[in-house]
Design a protein around this ligand. Structure first.
Ligand SMILES: Cc1cc2nc3c(=O)[nH]c(=O)nc-3n(C[C@H](O)[C@H](O)[C@H](O)COP(=O)(O)O)c2cc1C
Length: 333
C-alpha cells in the first residue's frame, strides 16, 4: 500500500508523548525538518485536541494524532487497596476514588475523523474494525502500536495500515495490548525482523543515535519514531524538573506500574521504589496518583513525579528539535 509516510523527505517521526512533552511546536518542527510527528491526545480534552489539530494542520500536510484505546471498566480489589495505601501515606492530599474513564474516546475519534488528520495511531490496544473503517473513509492512515508479533497480527486483521513496533528500551508507557501481562523484552531488531514484509513498519524504542536508527532501518523499519531524544528539545513541553533530571543523567531507568497501573519506563525515584509492587489497573492508578504527582511537580520534587525516559536517555541533547532529528536521520536523496 502507499502511505503518506513514503512521501517524507526524512523517514522520522516525533513520537506522541502525552502529559506535556508533545506540543504543536514539536510536531511542526519535525514536519519542517522533513519528517512528521504526532500530537498526543492522551489525557487532553477533546476540545484541546481539536485546537492542537487546527494549529498544526494550518501548515502541515502530513501529521498525526495518537489516541489511548480504552480499557475494561472493572475496578479490582487490589486497586482499592492501593488507593487506601496512598491515602494513608498522603493524608494532606485528596486521593480520589477510582472511577471508569475512557479518556474521551468517541469524542477524540470524532475530532480526528472530522479534521481529516492524515495519520492516526493507537496505543494500549487497537480499536475494532468498524472504528478503523470510519477513519479509512476519512482518508486516514491507521497505525497500530505493537510490542509482539501476535499483537501485530491482531491489529492487521482489524485493518491497521502500518505497524509502530515498540521495543523494550522505549520511554514512557509500553503499548502492550493486555495490561496484566509483563511487557515483552524481545530486542527491537528481532521483533522488526520477524515482522518484515507484514506491513510498512515504524520502529520505536531506544533510537537516540544515527547508528541505532540505521540498525532499525536495516532490520526492516521504513520510518523511525523518536521520543526520548526529543524530551529535552527546545519545543518539547517537558516539565522543568523532569528536564533537569534527564540532563543530570544520574538515574537509572526502570519499568514501573506505580504511577498509572500500566508498565512504563522512567527515571527511578523514591515513589517507584516504595510502590514497586503496584498492581495492574490503568487508568485507575493514574487517577489515584494524580494529586501526588501534581504536588511533586508544583514543589519541583523529582522523587514523587513520573519522569518517563527511555533506556538511552543520556544521549538526548538540548537544542532545536529539527536539528536533533536531522542529526539522527539523513535526508533521502
Ligand atoms: C514522556 C513520554 C510520553 C509518551 N507518551 C506516549 C503516548 O502518549 N502515546 C504513545 O503511543 N506512546 C507514548 N510514548 C512512547 C513513544 O511513543 C515511543 O514509543 C518511545 O518514546 C520510543 O522510545 P524512545 O523513548 O527510546 O525514543 C511516550 C514516551 C515518552 C518518553
Amino acid at each position: 500500500m502507499t502511505s503518506p509516510l513514503e512521501a517524507l523527505r526524512r523517514p522520522v517521526l516525533a513520537a506522541p508523548m502525552a502529559g506535556g512533552p508533545s506540543t504543536p511546536a514539536l510536531v511542526r518542527a519535525a514536519v519542517e525538518a522533513g519528517g512528521s510527528g504526532f500530537l498526543a491526545a492522551g489525557y487532553l480534552s477533546a476540545e484541546r485536541l481539536a485546537e492542537q489539530v487546527t494549529e498544526v494542520g494550518r501548515d502541515a500536510e502530513i501529521f498525526g494524532a495518537n489516541l489511548f484505546v480504552p480499557e475494561a471498566d472493572e475496578i479490582r480489589p487490589e486497586v482499592r487497596a492501593y488507593r487506601d495505601r496512598l491515602a494513608a501515606a498522603h493524608p494532606a492530599l485528596a486521593v480520589p476514588d477510582p472511577h471508569p474513564d475512557d479518556d474521551g474516546w468517541q469524542e477524540k475519534l470524532e475530532v480526528v475523523r472530522e479534521a481529516g488528520v492524515p495519520l492516526v495511531s493507537f496505543t494500549f490496544g487497537f480499536p475494532p474494525a468498524d472504528a478503523v473503517h470510519t477513519l479509512h473513509r476519512a482518508g486516514a492512515t491507521v497505525i497500530a502500536t505493537v510490542t509482539t508479533a501476535a499483537e501485530a497480527r491482531s491489529a492487521l486483521e482489524r485493518g491497521a495500515d502500518v505497524l509502530c513496533v515498540q521495543g523494550p528500551a522505549a520511554g514512557g508507557h509500553r503499548g502492550t495490548f493486555d495490561q496484566t501481562v509483563e511487557p515483552p523484552a524481545e530486542p527491537l531488531e528481532d521483533l522488526l525482523r520477524s515482522l518484515r514484509g507484514a506491513a510498512p513498519i515504524v520502529a520505536a524504542g531506544g533510537l537516540t543515535t544515527p547508528a541505532a536508527v540505521a540498525a532499525a532501518r536495516e532490520a526492516g523499519a521504513a520510518v523511525v519514531q523518536v521520543g526520548t531524544a526529543l524530551l529535552v528539545a527546545d519545543e518539547a513541553g517537558t516539565d522543568p524538573t523532569h528536564r533537569r533530571e534527564l540532563l543530570a543523567g544520574q538515574r537509572e531507568t526502570t519499568l514501573t506500574r506505580a504511577f498509572s497501573g500500566r508498565w512504563a519506563r522512567g527515571l527511578l525515584n523514591e515513589f517507584m521504589t516504595t510502590h514497586a509492587d503496584a498492581p495492574a489497573g490503568y487508568p485507575f492508578l493514574n487517577q489515584l496518583t494524580g494529586p501526588v504527582r501534581a504536588a511533586a511537580r508544583r514543589a519541583g520534587d523529582p522523587e514523587a513525579m513520573s519522569m518517563w525516559a527511555g533506556e538511552r536517555y543520556r544521549d538526548a541533547r538540548p537544542g532545536p528539535a529539527g536539528e536533533i532529528l536531522e542529526r539522527l536521520v539523513r535526508s533521502h536523496g
